[in-house]
Design a protein around this ligand. Structure first.
Ligand code: ZN
Ligand code: ZN
Length: 359
């Protein structure tokens, strides 16, 4: 099968033939019909210590083509979304319902610490192992994952929309609904109008926010935010003067944006950081202010969303027109064009061009 291999950190993807093992016990094989290039994939190409060679990609959807021994949660022909935070179902976070924090998931931090992957990669070239990025490797025509790393989705959801439900949608919408716990009537700002930030804007609208302020340096991104429900927009400079907000969601996650968000929320307000900063970045918070202003500062990993529990909720909101995900998709492209798609998205010329390894 064909897949986009990154041979060395920071080098362009090579779309080439890659061997893939058949699914073992408890595993499934999925033909990838759509996958998005998420900002995290691009971070992994350079700055998170991702071992190479690797097939990246974690925001994907497709059809189950083969099931391993003992799998009964999905069947041949099911449409599925890939889950890059597969829950083991047995650890303490899984048992309390926070399965996106599963203690048995291997992360890029584990890779940096030299820990082995949770299972051998099914991918290889000329007999040499190729890493499976974020345990999903969706920049490929086919992937093999544990059965708990897929969740069934209704057949009427188009594959590009289903793919985005694998990362940008739960991360962004979840940051608003679950992590920030926006209440009806809240004044909310979202910093950064990439795919996650725009999904946070939609989540804030769904939560009943009174004002939804979309903050981004790019006029095109601000216009798109207004199209999907933001009540107003601001540049970074304009946002710097804002005070008294109930909630700020930071979809950038770098120290300057976290500090700006912290200043902009009222006493008792909430800052939720859903953007991924670099592992070496530190945010300074005034200790007295932290006590006195009684503000809440929360992270938001995968939007606090349990895919196995919450995907039907997201699909329901999409079907009712309240999550206009199609508005965030610029178009589709064959897997061979992955480097062009990366360039366009990094330059801000496109928000999401969804790749279609199996059109
Ligand atoms: Zn992602
Ligand atoms: Zn677990």
């Amino acid at each position: 099968m064909r897949a986009a291999v990154m041979w060395k950190p920071g080098t362009p993807f090579d779309v080439q033939d890659v061997d893939i093992a058949a699914p073992g016990p408890g595993q499934v094989s999925v033909a990838i019909h759509a996958c998005g290039v998420c900002a995290s994939d691009l971070s992994l190409t350079t700055s998170f210590g991702q071992p190479t060679p690797v097939v990246l990609g974690h925001e994907g959807a497709g059809i189950v083509t083969e099931i391993g021994e003992g799998v009964d949660s999905v069947a041949f022909g099911d449409h599925v979304v890939l889950v890059w935070v597969p829950p083991c179902g047995r650890c303490a976070p899984c048992r309390r319902g926070d399965d996106y924090l599963c203690a048995n998931r291997r992360s890029s931090a584990d890779a940096r610490a030299g820990k082995a992957a949770a299972r051998p990669s099914p991918l290889s070239v000329d007999g040499n192992a190729v890493h499976q990025g974020m345990a999903t490797s969706t920049f490929a025509e086919q992937t093999v994952v544990p059965a708990n790393a897929v969740v069934r989705i209704d057949d009427d959801v188009p594959f590009p929309v289903a793919a985005m439900m694998g990362c940008a949608v739960p991360t962004g919408v979840g940051s608003a609904l679950r992590s920030a716990r926006i209440a009806p009537g809240d004044d909310v700002a979202v910093i950064g109008c990439g795919a996650v930030g725009l999904n946070a804007v939609m989540g804030a609208v769904v939560a009943g926010a009174a004002r939804v302020i979309a903050v981004d340096p790019m006029p095109g991104r601000r216009a798109l935010a207004e199209k999907i429900g933001a009540t107003e927009t601001a540049s970074a400079e304009e946002f710097g003067d804002m005070r008294g907000l109930d909630v700020v969601i930071d979809a950038v996650g770098h120290p300057p944006t976290v500090s700006a968000a912290w200043k902009a929320v009222r006493r008792g307000g909430t800052v939720t950081v859903v953007g991924a900063g670099r592992p070496d970045q530190v945010v300074e918070i005034n200790a007295y202010e932290l006590f006195h202003d009684d503000k809440r500062l929360t992270g938001s990993f995968h939007g606090g969303i349990s895919m196995h529990r919450d995907l039907p909720v997201l699909v329901g909101l999409w079907r009712s027109g309240r999550l206009p995900i199609e508005a965030l998709i610029d178009g589709t492209a064959e897997l061979d064009r992955i480097n062009d798609v990366v360039t366009a998205q990094q330059a801000g010329a496109a928000l999401r061009v969804v790749l279609t390894p199996r059109p």
